[in-house]
Ligand binder design. Structure first.
Ligand code: NAD
Length: 469
């Protein structure tokens, strides 16, 4: 039986170089993470290559069975994993946060194990017979961010493993312990060498992106890093799935009910204290109901407790790191300096430890203000007034990213029509950011390419092969 301490001890036991990981809520030490070097990475890749053929040959049923057992293992250690995640990432145990993330890991493992992917008969007309199959790629590199470190790792590795690949994971340097602990638990049910973590700096991790033995990179992170990976993977013509940054717009139509939507608007924007790729980051509200939406949203936001994640009362936590804190603080300051109206927050208490930035709502703000035009990735939401739906759609589509978007209305037909005009990989209606392991998810424009989840997500971890004849 693992405890929080024993699991942490297992993942921090390393005789080489280490790096101290601090709790973003308190500044206290969580543990010392290994800093793996290039040689360690090469061993991980070699181990993956050695384990992959037998795994591929074991077939879909055996692989699915192992992934289902891995999901059970994650559930057995759920509380310990959630504690490590909460202490390292900062997100509270409670609310849609650490326990929720660990639960999602089990759910996505199960989905990847059970979604059916049968060969497709493309043509069978008596003269021509062509069938489409998906073969394993080989070794997949999985590079992830610090905001949902466990869940996003599972999004990358679960379909990779199901499709017969091995995987080498490179977690963010900000959250290596969470990923090391998760993979330790999952590995209770997998063959040796098939799945490993290289807890390294960016430079060592970058080797995965040009390594000749890596067939595909699953990457989730910033658009800038995504562009660097496209370049460095070019010489080996790697397959790529890129889930990059976003700056999602939400459009509230004039017929929406402000009170009825306020809670969902709040969580659409503030899930994981705003540190979510597909969170609502720019809210466009029709002038007829602008004041009412501001009022209802402020009431909901003001009632949400923020603080140390281990306190069961809290549903919002700190920013994960100093640089993200600075980005949020600077963007809100710029908005204040421009004369925008702060409805809530905007006044961090710097005398307390931890990267806590208060829940902030900013009204009467111009569309070209940096808090609107740039990704804040934190608990500060700009609310922009609009007069016509064409104007709202133009503004929503005005950026070069397009991960998610949402439309809020009492009339589904109108909402769907507006949704169809938005340039985003997913458009939600009357909610924002809800992902589902059965439904494909991916970005438009510079938010990336390739789909995750569902049958499309499985296909993305295979090499298509046509058997013609
Ligand atoms: P980041 O791009 O700085 O880092 C992500 C990962 O990539 C880290 O593990 C980092 O070490 C690694 N990395 C960076 N440069 C690299 C390179 N040249 N080669 C190989 N690896 C490299 O992102 P972050 O700060 O960890 O995360 C925040 C960003 O991620 C935000 O922009 C957010 O919108 C985005 N994000 C997107 C999604 C999505 O699904 N689209 C999900 C979560 C986060």
């Amino acid at each position: 039986m693992k405890t929080y301490e024993s699991l942490l001890d297992e993942v921090t036991a390393f005789s080489g170089k280490t790096r101290i990981i601090l709790d973003p809520a308190t500044g206290e030490m969580v543990g010392e993470a290994p800093v793996h070097d290039l040689e360690y990475l090469e061993q991980a890749v070699a181990g993956a290559r050695a384990a992959q053929p037998a795994w591929a040959a074991s077939g879909h049923d055996a692989r699915s069975a192992a992934l289902l057992k891995a999901a059970d293992a994650v559930e057995r250690s759920a509380e310990e994993l959630a504690h490590i995640l909460s202490r390292e990432q900062g997100k509270p145990l409670n609310g849609p946060n650490a326990r929720f993330e660990v639960g999602a890991c089990a759910a996505w493992l199960r989905a990847a194990a059970t979604i059916r992917l049968a060969p497709e008969m493309i043509v069978d007309d008596g003269e021509t017979r062509a069938e489409l199959h998906y073969k394993p790629i080989g070794v997949v590199g999985a590079i992830g961010p610090w905001n949902w470190p466990m869940m996003i790792t599972v999004w990358q590795i679960a379909p990779a493993l199901r499709m017969g690949n091995a995987a080498v994971v490179k977690p963010s340097g900000n959250t290596p312990l969470s990923v090391l602990a998760l993979i330790k638990v999952i590995n209770e049910e997998l063959p040796e060498g098939l799945l490993s973590v290289v807890s390294c700096g960016r430079e060592v991790g970058a080797r995965l992106t040009n390594h000749p033995a890596i067939g595909k990179i699953m990457f989730t992170g910033s658009t800038a890093a995504g562009k660097a990976i496209i370049k460095s993977s070019a010489d080996t013509v790697k397959r790529l799935t890129l889930e990059l940054g976003g700056n999602d717009a939400g459009i509230v139509l004039p017929d929406a009910d402000p009170k009825a939507i306020a809670q969902d608007l709040f969580w659409g924007a503030f899930i994981n204290t705003g540190q979510t790729c597909a969170a609502l980051k720019r809210l466009y509200v029709h002038e007829d109901i602008y004041d009412a939406v501001c009022e209802e949203l402020t009431a909901v936001a003001a009632a949400m407790p923020m603080g140390n994640g281990l306190d069961e009362n809290n549903v919002l936590g700190p920013l994960q790191n100093q640089s993200q804190y600075d980005i949020v603080a600077d963007l809100v300051q710029a908005a204040k300096d421009s004369g925008a109206r702060v409805l809530l927050g905007g006044n961090p208490d710097t005398s307390q430890p931890g990267y806590f930035y208060p829940t902030t709502l900013v009204a009467d703000i111009d569309n070209d203000n940096p808090l609107v035009a740039e990704e804040q990735f934190g608990p500060a939401l700009p609310i922009i007034k609009y007069s016509t739906i064409d104007e709202a759609v133009d503004k929503a589509n005005g950026l070069d990213v397009g991960l998610g978007a949402s439309v809020w209305s009492s009339d589904l037909t109108t909402a769907r029509e507006v949704a169809g005009r938005l340039e985003a990989g997913t458009v939600w209606i009357n909610r924002h950011g809800a992902v589902d392991p059965r439904i494909p998810f991916g970005g438009a424009k510079q938010s990336g390419y390739g789909l995750e989840f569902g049958v499309e997500g499985l296909k993305a971890l295979g090499v298509p092969q046509v058997i013609n004849g």
